[in-house]
Design a protein around this ligand. Structure first.
Ligand SMILES: Nc1ncnc2c1ncn2[C@@H]1O[C@H](COP(=O)(O)OP(=O)(O)OP(=O)(O)O)[C@@H](O)[C@H]1O
Ligand SMILES: [Mg+2]
Length: 103
């Protein structure tokens, strides 16, 4: 199952996303949360913590500035750019790919 949460600024996207993710994870499902917001603070709501959330945001910034390379596979992305919250939700702060290359 894949869920995307979108909406107007301040409408509760981050809060709703974290409640859904944490509830599903507590129920035993393997949950991956991808924060692609321009102001990524899902890690705070997921309980990952300020410092760790900031670290993930910095890595995305480095990617966007070309200082880091994109992960070639989904597993690598989650291990390299992800972090676990207290309920077992795996969070990754992700970017977009402007010029995708084959593979
Ligand atoms: N169901 C709710 N009832 C009351 N307040 C809520 C509810 N959901 C979220 N809020 C509050 O509304 C504010 C905005 O919530 P949130 O940060 O989740 O929105 P957002 O859509 O992610 O905002 P942004 O566009 O800035 O990323 C927060 O202060 C949050 O605590
Ligand atoms: Mg938000």
């Amino acid at each position: 199952m894949k869920l995307a949460v979108v909406g107007k600024g301040g409408s509760g996207k981050t809060t709703t996303s974290s409640v859904i993710a944490r509830t599903l994870a507590r129920g035993g499902l393997a949950v991956v949360a991808l924060d692609c917001d321009s102001n990524p603070n899902l890690g705070i709501s997921l309980g990952v913590g300020d410092e760790e959330t900031e670290r993930l945001v910095s890595m995305r910034q480095a990617l966007d500035e070309g200082e880091e390379s994109h992960a070639p596979t989904w597993d690598t992305l989650l291990s390299r750019y992800g972090s676990d919250g207290p309920d077992g939700v795996r969070l990754a702060v992700v970017s977009r790919i402007d010029n995708p290359e084959p593979g």
